[in-house]
Design a binder for this molecule. Structure first.
Ligand SMILES: C[S@@+](CC[C@H](N)C(=O)[O-])C[C@H]1O[C@@H](n2cnc3c(N)ncnc32)[C@H](O)[C@@H]1O
Length: 273
């Protein structure tokens, strides 16, 4: 995350370590990190070879991968800047232009520059503006930066549970929610969805995830207790397989759209799945 003296991301110094814990780091150039397959991956604004080698000595670990790259390369070649979806404007915190949402995207998925995030945001705005649906509660499964939940809170959703297994995503979602004045509407839960679900009895479930996790969720009855579902995170070649994994009753497909080969479905639950 951005902390003084840093006010934007330029170069990223990444270290993936063979050790079993996420070490505590107070260095002002530390951006954040998380455990990837149980091993810490750490991000800094500057070269921290010495500090990381010292951490390895302390915790009996080794560096098994390291790289430095431009922030835009981490963000798949995008220069992260302000954008709008319908009448909602989003800007990174280092831009001074007025915007509805000011976001620290950090090094977490959900800057708003991936087609699935954009499609989810557009669909979210569309369905939140349908008063007959009365969407007051929402689950954001795989919340990343928290952008979708924050947008929902700003459009009147009263209670959002934002879930991610990534510790930095959870911390960032909380900070971004507070920064945008909706911290009181968003509860952040660090949880691995492969190991268990939060309560899905909500008006809207948004799940921008990936094929294998979606297939597993589709086959879990506990997933299907919400009213409306916005689902994305898979490409068109995976659609048939995922369609086959849906429960055979209790759902109506309201929309099937694509953007840049990425798919998004909107499903309404009409009965017991
Ligand atoms: C495609 S990103 C979506 C982020 C954001 N919701 C958006 O639309 O931009 C998927 C998110 O799901 C999280 N995730 C992946 N597998 C997960 C799991 N098993 N349990 C919880 N979160 C998971 C990732 O850490 C990531 O933040």
């Amino acid at each position: 995350m951005l902390r003084p003296p840093h006010d934007r991301y330029q170069r990223l110094y990444v270290y993936h370590l063979a050790m079993d814990l996420l070490p505590e780091i107070t260095d002002p150039d530390f951006i954040g990190g998380w455990l990837e397959d149980g091993k810490p991956i750490l991000f800094f604004h500057h070269d921290k070879q010495q500090l990381v080698e010292e951490l390895c000595r302390q915790h009996n670990g080794t560096i098994f991968y390291q790289a430095d790259l431009d922030y835009s390369d981490w963000e798949a070649g995008h220069a992260i800047t302000a954008f709008a979806i319908d009448d909602l404007t989003v800007a990174p915190i280092w831009e001074k232009t007025p915007a509805d949402i000011r976001l620290d995207p950090s090094v977490i998925f959900g800057s708003g520059f991936h087609p699935t995030t954009r499609m989810c945001l557009a669909m979210l705005l569309k369905y939140l503006s349908a008063p007959e649906l009365a969407i007051n509660t929402m689950l954001d499964l795989g919340c990343g930066t928290g952008l979708l939940g924050i947008a929902a809170a700003m459009r009147g959703v009263k209670k959002i549970t934002a879930v991610d297994y990534n510790s930095l995503a959870c911390e960032l979602t909380g900070k971004n929610a507070e920064r945008n004045g909706v911290g009181n509407r968003i509860v952040v839960e660090q949880r691995d969805l492969l190991k268990g679900l939060p309560d899905t009895k909500v008006d809207l479930v948004v799940a921008n995830l990936y094929r294998d996790l979606l297939r597993q969720l589709f086959q879990n009855k506990a997933f299907w207790q919400g009213n409306l579902y916005i689902i994305s995170g898979f490409i068109s070649g995976m659609e048939e397989e995922l369609l086959a994994a849906l429960p055979d009753k209790g759902l109506r497909m309201l929309e099937r759209t694509r953007g840049d080969n990425w798919c998004l479905w909107v499903l309404l639950r009409t009965g017991q799945c």
